[in-house]
Ligand binder design. Structure first.
Ligand code: COA
Length: 259
C-alpha cells in the first residue's frame, strides 16, 4: 500500500468508502437517511445513491479548503494478492472495491488540516494565492449554508441536534493556534485491520514532528483504538448515550498527539 495525493478522479472512490463506513457509525446514522446498497428493499438504492452523492459533494468541498490536504491509500499488487489469498483460504469470493479510472484500488483516505498563522501554516494554506483562497472560502460558506437544504439524505433537525450536542461537550481547553487536525480517516471495511490506518497516520505524525506542533482529532469509538496505539491521548469526551436511541456508550473522544 502506498499513499499518494488526492486527484479529482478519486472523488467517487473516496465518497463510496466514507459512505460504506458511515453504515457502521451510529452517530452518522442518527442524522442520515440511508440504507445499505446490499439490501434489496424497494427504495434502498435511491437512498444509497443520495448518501454517496451528498458525501461526495461535502468531501470535494472540504478538500478544497485552505490548509486541507488529502491523501489516498492505493493498494499495491502484493496487497491485492495477499487479500485475495486470504479470502480464498476462507472460501470467499475475492472482491475489489473503490477502483478509480486508472484501475487502481483505493483502500482509504485521510484529510488533514493545518491551522495557524506561522510561515509554515501559511505555506500549507496557500498564502500568496489570495484569489484562490477567497474562492475557496466562498465555496466553504456555500457548502455550509446551501448544501443541507437540498440534501435529501440528511435529516436536518437531527443533524442540528447532533451538532448542538457535540458543542455542549466538555471543552478540551484552548486549542493551540498552530496545529494539525485530522478531519477524516477512512479505510474501506474490506481492508480494515491490515495496518493501513496506522500507515496513513504516519504522514501526519511526521509532519507534526517536523513542525513541532500537536495533532488533534475528534474520534469516533471505532477510531479510538487506532489513535491510542499510535501515541494519542484522550483529553475529553462527549457522551451521546442520552441522545440517540439504543446508543448507550456511544461517544466522541477528543484525542491529541504530542502532549
Ligand atoms: C478506524 C480505522 C481508520 C482503522 O483503520 P485500520 O486500517 O483498520 O487500522 P489498523 O489496521 O492500522 O489498526 C492499527 C491498530 O489499531 C487498533 N485497532 C484498529 N481498529 C480496531 C478495532 N476495530 N478494534 C480494536 N482495535 C483496533 C489495533 O491495535 C490495531 O492493531 P492490530 O490490528 O495489530 O491489533 C478504520 O476501522 C475505519 O476506517 N473505520 C471507520 C471510519 C472511522 O471510524 N474512522 C475514524 C474516524 S475518527
Amino acid at each position: 500500500m502506498h499513499l499518494r495525493p488526492y486527484r479529482n478522479q478519486d472523488a467517487n472512490a473516496i465518497a463510496a468508502i466514507k459512505a460504506r463506513c458511515d453504515l457502521a457509525d451510529p452517530l452518522v446514522l442518527f442524522y442520515r437517511r440511508t440504507s445499505s446498497p446490499d439490501t434489496q428493499q424497494k427504495g434502498d438504492d435511491k437512498r444509497w445513491r443520495a448518501h454517496v452523492k451528498s458525501t461526495r459533494r461535502a468531501l470535494c468541498l472540504e478538500i478544497l479548503m485552505p490548509g486541507n490536504v488529502c491523501w489516498v491509500l492505493v493498494l499495491d499488487d502484493e496487497d491485492v494478492e495477499a487479500i485475495n489469498n486470504h479470502q480464498n483460504q476462507q472460501n470467499k469470493k475475492p472482491k475489489h472495491s473503490s477502483r478509480t479510472t486508472n484501475d487502481e484500488t483505493v483502500a482509504g483516505f485521510t484529510i488533514w488540516s493545518r491551522f495557524g498563522s506561522s510561515d509554515m501554516a501559511r505555506r500549507w494554506q496557500g498564502h500568496g494565492e489570495k484569489l484562490t483562497t477567497r474562492a475557496k472560502a466562498f465555496l466553504s460558506h456555500m457548502n455550509l449554508s446551501i448544501q443541507y437544504p437540498f440534501d435529501s439524505s440528511i435529516d436536518r433537525p437531527r443533524m442540528a441536534q447532533f451538532i448542538r450536542h457535540l458543542k455542549t461537550g466538555p471543552s478540551p481547553g484552548p486549542l493551540e493556534k498552530e496545529r494539525w487536525e485530522l478531519e477524516a480517516m477512512y479505510i474501506h471495511p474490506l481492508y480494515q485491520r491490515r495496518g493501513f490506518g496506522g500507515k496513513a497516520l504516519e504522514w501526519g505524525i511526521e509532519r507534526a514532528q517536523q513542525e513541532d506542533v500537536r495533532i488533534w482529532v475528534w474520534s469516533t469509538d471505532a477510531g479510538k483504538p487506532l489513535y491510542l496505539k499510535n501515541g494519542f491521548d484522550e483529553v475529553g469526551k462527549v457522551d451521546f448515550g442520552g441522545m440517540i436511541p439504543d446508543s448507550e456508550g456511544v461517544t466522541v473522544s477528543v484525542m491529541v498527539w504530542g502532549i
